[in-house]
Design a protein around this ligand. Structure first.
Ligand SMILES: Cc1cc2nc3c(=O)[nH]c(=O)nc-3n(C[C@H](O)[C@H](O)[C@H](O)COP(=O)(O)OP(=O)(O)OC[C@H]3O[C@@H](n4cnc5c(N)ncnc54)[C@H](O)[C@@H]3O)c2cc1C
Ligand code: SF4
Length: 254
């Protein structure tokens, strides 16, 4: 993720695929042919084809298999109202400002922004599953419920208790810092978790683990995260949770 770069190397083809102007099989065959003719590297061709016949067809299958019950799931009991900045991007969190403003300008943001910025924030803050899925359905030009819902409710929010993904895609600010240059341009301090300007993703990450331990603590893929949490001193845990309560109370002002 790069400041002010909404598209990078993404194909922007989901809009055309989903409304039927492009055919998935035809696209995969074109990409395979480009690889056979040495026009693209195997990792690029494989990665692209995998997104289409792997992820896209996979989420389509899940939707038709599990609806309409799937839409009612809320495994982590997430009920907090969606902050207003999801609609205008006016927040001090640079990563959120970027992902939301790209969304509002282009009706598009790429996968990592959807999953690891706006989706991750919704997961960590426990935002209401229906409000979040309604938002994703409203703001993207490629949004159709059969593809939007499993990606949001399942992949981003883990509200299906691991039907789509084997663990929640929960991450602290360190992940966003590694994957972007946003944190260098942010009001918050990505290395801080309890101070005045502590990165909200750090603060909410630890609180997310602590408050959901009864539901996630036995997940084999969460063991390292919980080990890190339990390795903290009791005082540090209390400070993190106190900071999280403060941030959750003023979620609209972050
Ligand atoms: C919370 C959330 C909501 C999403 N909502 C939608 C949505 O409403 N509609 C939608 O088409 N995609 C959705 N996605 C999946 C993915 O983010 C978009 O397909 C992708 O960003 C579209 O941009 P692109 O065409 O430039 O994709 P590229 O990065 O160039 O990928 C190529 C193609 O692979 C397919 N693809 C890749 N990942 C996925 C995936 N997880 N699910 C389905 N197809 C995938 C898409 O057809 C995409 O066009 C969502 C992802 C998340 C995390
Ligand atoms: S410091 Fe935190 S809030 Fe700011 S851009 Fe980085 S991850 Fe986002």
């Amino acid at each position: 993720m790069v400041l002010d770069q909404p598209f990078l190397f993404h194909s922007i083809c989901s809009i055309y695929l989903n409304c039927g102007l492009l055919d998935v099989r035809w696209m995969c065959q074109k990409v395979e042919a480009a690889y056979q003719q040495d026009k693209v590297a195997i990792n690029a061709a494989e990665g692209f084809i995998r997104q289409l016949i792997g992820w896209r067809e996979y989420v389509r299958g899940l939707y038709w298999l599990l609806m309409p019950e799937y839409k009612t799931r809320n495994f982590l009991n997430a009920k907090r109202p969606l902050p207003d900045y999801y609609w205008h991007g006016d927040t001090k969190m640079r990563c959120m400002q970027q992902a939301i403003s790209h969304t509002m300008t282009h009706a598009y943001s790429h996968h990592i922004q959807r999953l690891m910025v706006t989706g991750n924030f919704a997961l960590l803050a426990g935002l209401d599953v229906t409000e979040v899925t309604d938002w994703y359905l409203a703001v993207y030009a490629d949004a159709y419920e059969w593809v939007e819902l499993p990606n949001t409710l399942g992949m981003a929010l883990f509200a299906d208790d691991g039907v789509l993904a084997s663990k929640p895609y929960a991450a602290s600010g360190a992940y966003i810092n590694r994957m972007s240059n946003y944190c260098q341009h942010c009001h918050y301090k990505v290395k801080d978790s309890t101070g005045n300007d502590a990165c909200p993703f750090n603060v909410l990450y630890w609180d997310f683990l602590a408050r959901n331990e009864a539901k996630l603590g036995s997940n084999a893929r969460m063991q390292l995260a919980y080990k890190n949490w339990h390795n903290k001193e009791a005082e540090q845990q209390q400070a993190l949770r106190a900071k999280a309560s403060e941030y959750l109370l003023k979620l609209e002002q972050l």
